[in-house]
Design a binder for this molecule. Sequence first.
Ligand code: CMC
Length: 371
Amino acid sequence: MSSKKTGGLAGVVAGESAICTVGQGNGLNYRGYSIEDLAKYATFEEVAFLLQFGELPNKIELQEYKEKLTKARSLPEKLKNILENIPKNAHPMDVMRTGCSALGAIEPEFNFQSEQDRVIIRLLGIFPSILLYWHHFHKDGTKLDTNSDEDTIAGYFLEKLHGKSPSQDVRRCMHVSLILYAEHEFNASTFAARICASTLSDTYSAITTGISVLRGPLHGGANEAAMKLIDSFDGIDEAVKGVYKILEDKKLLMGFGHRVYGEDGDPRSPIIKSWSKKLGGDTDTFKISEAIEKVMKKEKPQLPTNADFFSASAYRFLDIPTDYFTPIFIMSRTTGWAAHIKEQRANNKLIRPSSQYIGVENRNYIKLGDR
Ligand code: CMC
């Protein structure tokens, strides 16, 4: 397991789960529903309910769930103070991680069996408020008013970011993006959150763990990194030359490749690409993105675009700042993390694998003065 090719637990089945299939000849399904159907017909709140409770909600259940999520947007004064004291130039992922952890100290979970669903809903509801309170306080010195007529996370986030209600297409694209990012089996952040839960730790700690692991550019941070790559090129010719140079230098192109899907491709990618095209197909950003994709298809067909590549341009067309891309991933993936935390707890066994020792053996201890 120590070489690069066999490392990273690639191909290792690390446990059972009834939440999601990734690949396996079956595409991406959440609790048996295809990602294509969910992205076409569902709202993000229906998907969040499905992941949290195992079934799609009926009308009354959905209404009650949305009311709880809306109530959960409010920020305690102590958390506002903390957000005001996080530096203006901090990375928004630091804001989200700190906000989650701080809420765990302000509104602790004493008994996860009876309180986990309340805490999950609280976090889902409050995450947009955490980011946007910090954003507005440091950008224009205003304190976010969490009251809104928008009754969905997508609508609320966009309204509070831009100061106006989003258009229908923009709101729907946000729902789709949140649906696509919601769950993905034993990806690194979910597995880490499960490990945390397996020690019988609390929900806030497990979600904070997920946030910390999501941040890296090999995982959720790839959407931000992909946007920076696209932005670094002035036009199509420069982008084509730039991609060849990156490949020549054996560097990574963010937003390409996937551990599980491999060359079959990530089923989320065509869905978010179609939204990116719909909202910004005639822009340089979209044309450069497609040019990069074209070179990769020709030179590295085994590394197709993953969900993050066209999410980047889609978010640009929603007028979302680049360093908020991965925090949005948190607002969505909290549903998947939560489903896995609950599943882990329902049949818990401490996750504690072993390693193969490859270090030095049998050394004689040398006293400090003799070294
Ligand atoms: N650009 C250039 N080369 C690549 C890329 C890429 N994006 N991805 C893999 N390769 C190369 C890699 O360097 C290796 O080459 P070699 O055999 O010469 O050493 C070969 O392809 C096999 O790659 P690997 O690193 O063994 O594959 P992995 O399964 O460990 O990595 C991955 C999967 C997603 C980490 C990787 O494809 C990658 O780093 N992609 C860029 C980051 C990215 O987009 N991450 C988002 C992942 S999906 C959604 C999410 O979680 O957010």
